[in-house]
Design a protein around this ligand. Structure first.
Ligand SMILES: [Zn+2]
Length: 153
């Protein structure tokens, strides 16, 4: 297996596209330049594509990008309970931005408001604080990750 590596993103042209091999035939692609992701199975006609089209929000489907190797890319979604979220947000593929939301600790006095489903008497320790939501341009994806503390500033 080859070590993980950075390549040129076939979507945005940045050199910050991270490739991680899953096995000989499959590798995951995650571009830190534009925030889009793909893997070598993501092609029209593959089962995984049908599954993606069922679960992805409309905006994500609108932003579908097919590269010159016919591999399909979608915006990524980051959801880290102790850090925050970064997701594509907007009405259409021509009018959208990255939204970054920070997570905060749930205060002792408000924890009853955040029960963990199916776990009686257990409460979330962190929650997404929607008041911290900040929008970032598509090519400022890394700044959005810095904002929630996933990447250093
Ligand atoms: Zn890219």
């Amino acid at each position: 297996m080859n070590p993980d590596k950075l390549v040129i993103c076939p979507r945005c042209g940045s050199d910050a596209c991270y490739v991680a091999e899953v096995n000989q035939d499959i590798s995951n692609h995650f571009c830190y330049g534009c925030g889009f992701q793909s893997n070598t199975l993501m092609r029209e006609g593959e089962l995984i594509m049908e599954e993606q089209m069922e679960i992805l929000p409309e905006l994500y489907k609108d932003l579908r990008h097919e590269d010159k190797n016919r591999q399909v890319w979608f915006p990524s979604t980051i959801n880290l309970p102790t850090k925050g979220m970064v997701f594509a947000n907007g009405s259409t593929s021509k009018n959208w931005k990255w939204a970054a939301v920070k997570s905060i600790e749930v205060l002792e006095e408000e924890k009853e408001k955040y029960p963990i489903p199916g776990k009686k008497g257990k409460f979330y320790e962190n929650r997404m604080d929607m008041t911290t939501m900040k929008m970032f341009e598509e090519h400022d994806y890394m700044e959005a990750l810095s904002y929630i503390g996933v990447l250093p500033k």
